[in-house]
Each structure stands twice: as structure tokens, then as C-alpha cells.
Write a protein that binds this ligand. Structure first.
Ligand SMILES: [Zn+2]
Length: 335
């Protein structure tokens, strides 16, 4: 009996055994790229540990009160500690506050579970504070951390956790899953699976957020025009962008990250690599662009985009960052 999750079979079997034998560790670390399903897996584990009527050992029913409360993130013995809204990192005070809760006995279940997503965003102070809970773990507590990679955390933290590394599914498996389990029409399923690069969470958030998908298409359409435009028009574009209501550092970073996916696709085509494209519905534009630019130049365009993201993150003037980026683009005649 499975957890009804796409992929991650090894990790699921492993956690099912821990739940089945009531042989849990004090801390788990689930690593993998954003949208790969780290939190979904953590919540499934919480359900398997707390389900009142599991269909078989190590599984969960998804219908009893604990299962529903966990799904709705309002289970009394489950705490989720996130980076505060508007903040960049997880602070030491948040960890200390959580530790007070952790020390209390669970209300109704065997374990008190604390889930801390994206622990790579913890400050050094917060990491060191958490270390205390890992060195002397309260007996009834289970900590579940997620992170982009094990290497992003202090080794003293990672080495005290059971580390499970999650990878994206194949594009085909995700496409099938979206069609069969989520009743998404075949064309859209194909597009979403490619866009998400096999990460099920990303595919579903694209599916549920039409505004995001529209913004994504607009960003690519803009880029298509920009590489056919003179410098003057490119500067005009940035000026217009700046005037828009949606203008913000985040929006500029979004544009650059979408463009980056396009240029990565161009590189894949140029090099003839056997890697699926992200922007499958723009395959012609990708191939045409790849035909016109040598690899070294694509490489420097990719670097310029990565630098732009770093600079936006480092609080440089967004307008200047985008202007510099657009001036670094070649002028092409792409149909
Ligand atoms: Zn249940």
C-alpha cells in the first residue's frame, strides 16, 4: 500500500518502515530542489505516525481526524516553523521559541513533530541553536528539516539527521501522473511536466496559478521581442517595466529566472544534449535561437543572467541590473 505520492519510492519505503516499527529517529533531513515534494513527504510521514485507522502497517487512511488535521496543518502535535513573511532567513529567536514547545509532552500522540522547511535559510545563530536540540533531543520529539542540499547545512546538523535525498521524477512519469491522477488534459500535462522539470509540486502550483503561467508566457514573449530589438528599444522596455504597477525587485527576479530557463534550453539544443526542454511549447524559438548563436556566447548570456539574479538579491538597483543584462544580449533576427 503506497502513500499515493509520485516517485521517491526508496525514501517512502524507508519512512514507512520507521513508522511501522515505531522505530523513529529524532531528526530527519529531506533534501532536494524546491517543488520536488519534500513537505508532502514530511506530512505523509506525520500521517503514517499518527493515523488512527491505517489500511496497513506504515500507511495512513487520509480520512481520520489526525490525517485530516495534518493535511490542513492544524494538528496540535505538529508545528511548522517557516521563515517569517518578508524576511530572508530563519532567525535564532524562532528556533528558541520552538524549543520551548519541543520540550513539552505531546498533547494526544506519541510524538511531537516539528517541521522546519528550507533550513538552508537559517542564520548561523539559528543553526547553532538548533544543534542543541539535535545533541540532546527531547524523547517524544521528531524534527524534520528540509533543505535544497545537505551541503547547504552545517555538517554538524546534517550528520545528526537521517538524510533522505529526493530527486525530480522523469518528465514522462510526471506527465502521466498529471493526466491520470490529476485529470489534467494531455497537452497541458505535457507542458506542466516540462516546465516543472519533473518536480510535482512545481507542476501543481503552475496548474493552480493561471496568473503565474500567464506571467511566465509574457516574460518569454518579451524576451522574444527583446532579442530582435535595438538597444534603444531595450532601454525603453526597462523604463516601461519600471512604471508598471507590478514593478518590484521580485518581479524583476522572476523575469530573469524565466529568461534563464529559455537560455538553458537554447544551450541544450545547441549542444544537442539529451535533456528535456523546460519550454517545450517554445521549441521552435529555442531551436532557431540555438542555430544563430555559438555555445561560448550562450555561456556568457547564461552567466549574465546568473549574475543578474545575484545582483538583484544583493539589493543592487533593479533597473540598472536589467538594463545591463539586456545590453549584454545579442541582436538577432529570430522569426
Ligand atoms: Zn488516518
Amino acid at each position: 500500500m503506497q502513500w499515493n505520492i509520485l516517485g521517491h519510492q526508496t525514501a517512502i519505503r524507508f519512512l514507512q518502515n520507521h513508522a511501522k516499527l515505531a522505530n523513529t529517529r529524532h531528526a530527519y533531513l529531506l533534501t532536494g530542489p524546491e517543488g520536488v515534494g519534500r513537505e508532502t513527504l514530511a506530512l505523509a510521514f506525520a500521517k503514517a505516525l499518527n493515523c488512527l485507522t491505517p489500511p496497513s502497517e506504515g500507511t495512513f487512511c487520509d480520512q481520520c481526524l489526525p490525517c485530516r488535521q495534518i493535511e490542513e496543518l492544524r494538528y496540535p502535535d505538529l508545528t511548522i516553523l517557516r521563515v517569517a513573511e518578508g524576511s530572508k532567513d530563519l532567525k535564532i529567536d524562532q528556533i528558541r521559541e520552538m524549543q520551548k514547545t519541543l520540550a513539552l509532552a505531546p498533547y494526544q500522540s506519541t510524538y511531537r513533530i516539528v517541521l522546519i522547511p528550507d533550513f538552508q535559510r537559517a542564520t548561523i545563530g539559528a543553526s547553532n541553536a538548533l544543534l542543541k536540540s539535535l545533541e540532546e533531543p527531547p524523547s517524544k520529539a521528531i524534527l524534520i528539516l528540509t533543505a535544497d542540499a545537505r551541503e547547504s547545512l552545517l555538517e554538524t546538523i546534517a550528520s545528526r539527521c537521517e538524510v533522505l535525498r529526493l530527486r525530480p521524477s522523469s518528465i514522462e512519469a510526471l506527465e502521466t501522473y498529471l493526466r491520470e491522477q490529476k485529470a489534467i488534459n494531455p497537452n497541458r500535462a505535457k507542458r506542466l511536466a516540462h516546465l516543472a522539470g519533473g518536480r510535482v509540486g512545481s507542476a501543481i502550483s503552475f496548474d493552480q496559478n493561471q496568473d503565474l503561467l500567464t506571467a511566465y508566457d509574457e516574460a518569454l514573449a518579451d524576451l522574444g521581442e527583446l532579442i530582435n530589438s535595438q538597444l534603444r528599444e531595450r532601454l525603453q522596455y526597462v523604463e516601461n517595466l519600471q512604471k508598471r504597477k507590478s514593478a518590484s525587485r521580485e518581479h524583476f527576479a522572476f523575469l530573469v529566472s524565466v529568461w534563464l530557463t529559455f537560455w538553458r534550453d537554447v544551450m541544450i539544443r545547441r549542444e544537442g544534449a539529451e535533456i528535456p526542454l523546460v519550454n517545450i511549447e517554445h521549441e521552435n524559438q529555442v531551436s532557431e535561437t540555438a542555430r544563430l548563436i555559438p555555445s561560448e556566447q550562450i555561456e556568457s548570456i547564461l552567466n549574465a543572467h546568473e549574475n543578474a539574479l545575484v545582483n538583484l538579491d544583493a539589493n543592487l538597483n533593479p533597473r540598472l541590473v536589467i538594463e545591463n543584462l539586456l545590453l549584454a544580449l545579442p541582436l538577432l533576427q529570430v522569426a
